[in-house]
Design a protein. Structure first.
Length: 456
């Protein structure tokens, strides 16, 4: 009977650890290093696999597809419900991928129809709507059969993706009218609750990483939380997304806006995205606490010459009846004496998008069965980084091109105007170089940006 209980527990919750890959130091120097962490294993009662975090920009899980299984890397995102992987036909007409699915090798592959398409703003994928067996986990594999997915033979706009395909975990949607991956995990008895929880590790920007990033299907694990006090907020069910009412925003104690917004939670988005007016109000308020200026689409601040990160205020958001705050260590990317503000405009939308900046601060529970989300401060774990062997043999020029290629297109998989997407890596280099010149030549040390706005 004990064995039966353990098996039942094992099938109810599936844990997928995250593999960490990040930029070790964001500096202007001859050698750029990409680092990654060791893979964290969970308890033996939970199924484990690996999810890869590329520079805090793209999170991708390992899925095993077909019979016999073929391994794929898929970006995990809560902004769409679609699941797709590239086919053998994709080699000439899709983004560069490490793996292409060969349906002729799988005895469990099923064909539904051709010429189906998924769009992500200006980007798209086309292919054959199909069914297949999917497995997640490392030693203790959990499988679902007959999962509908798109076997892609053409894509556009994913040239810089550091993954093969996408695993969508959006609330309340379907896969072309068929059950989603999350649906089938419950329908086929692999999880008892239609739920997943996300713990994202972080790079402390000083040569170490916060290790242990993972996603758990079917439940949550409070070992990743600082306390068992989970704040639950009901979803706004108007459009079937992971969306919550955002009622006010404060910088320190100053009210930035009391207007009611919708906050959309997308694990596939790396930054916080805000409406233009509120973004300008926030950056001007933060800049009044130190020395900041605008470079490109980002704000950069002095946080090591005349000011420190502690000089800058917190930003708080009221979701439902609960307040959640980000402090300067959460919303800044620090390099030497300068910090980059990790907020960006959300196109022309009045909607907020809460991305991985928020999820690294708060352990988050996505509860579809009860139409709510839970938040609690995440526990911080440190672990030394190691060099990524995938890029260790590249020369400097190739490394720079690889970083540019993989970060240029970091887009949330929701529709935003093309103009709002920046070449992140080169923007950061420009910011740091401008900041260095600013320091050397003692230019405008005390100038604030109270009268300056971001222009796109």
């Amino acid at each position: 009977h004990i064995l039966i209980i353990l098996l039942a527990t094992s099938s109810a919750i599936i844990t997928i650890p995250l593999k960490k890959v990040y930029k070790e130091e964001l500096k202007i120097k001859d050698e750029l290093k990409i680092a990654n962490s060791t893979n964290l294993k969970m308890t033996q009662l939970l199924s484990t696999s690996f999810i890869r975090n590329y520079m805090n920009m793209q999170y991708s899980a390992q899925l095993y597809v077909g019979s016999p299984a073929q391994l794929f890397s898929v970006q995990v995102g809560s902004g769409s419900a679609f699941l797709w992987i590239p086919s053998q036909k994709c080699k000439a007409s899709c983004h560069e991928s490490s793996n292409y699915f060969d349906s002729s090798r799988s005895s469990s592959y099923g064909y539904i129809n051709s010429n189906s398409q998924i769009t992500y703003g200006a980007n798209y994928v086309k292919g054959d709507l199909s069914t297949e067996s999917f497995s997640i986990g490392d030693k203790e594999v959990k499988s679902i059969k007959g999962q509908t997915f798109l076997l892609v033979h053409e894509d556009s706009g994913f040239a810089y993706a550091d993954y093969d395909g996408i695993l969508g975990l959006e609330y309340g949607s379907s896969m072309f009218g068929y059950p989603t991956f999350l649906d089938n995990l419950k329908i086929q008895g692999q999880i008892s609750q239609k739920m997943f929880s996300v713990y994202l590790g972080n790079n402390n920007f000083e040569g170490n990483i916060y290790d242990g990033s993972n996603i758990i299907f079917g439940g949550y694990d409070l070992q990743y939380a600082q306390s068992p006090d989970i704040k639950y907020v009901n979803l706004n069910l108007d459009n079937g997304r992971w969306q919550i009412k955002l009622s006010n925003i404060k910088v320190s104690y100053s009210l930035i806006s009391s207007k009611s917004y919708q906050a959309f939670f997308d694990v596939g988005t790396s930054l916080m995205r805000a409406p233009l007016t509120e973004l300008n109000n926030i950056i001007n308020k933060i800049a009044s606490y130190g020395d900041c200026w605008i470079e490109g689409n980002f704000m950069v601040c002095d946080c090591g010459n005349y000011y420190t990160m502690d000089n800058y205020p917190s930003i708080s958001f009221m979701l439902g009846s609960h307040t959640f705050s980000l402090n300067s260590k959460d919303y800044f990317l620090k390099s030497d004496a300068y910090c980059i503000f990790l907020f960006q405009i959300n196109g022309y939308s009045d909607e907020w998008v809460f991305g991985d900046v928020f999820f690294r601060k708060y352990y988050t529970i996505f509860d579809a069965d009860n139409s709510k989300m839970g938040f609690t401060p995440a526990k911080i774990n440190y672990k030394a980084a190691s060099i990524d062997l995938l890029t260790a043999d590249l020369n400097k020029e190739d490394k720079i091109e690889k970083i540019k290629r993989h970060t240029e297109e970091q887009k949330s998989l929701i529709e935003v105007p093309e103009s709002s997407n920046s070449i992140y890596f080169w923007v950061v280099l420009g910011i740091l170089f401008a900041g260095l010149l600013r320091f050397i030549f003692n230019l405008n040390k005390t100038k604030k940006i109270d009268d300056e706005e971001i222009h796109y």
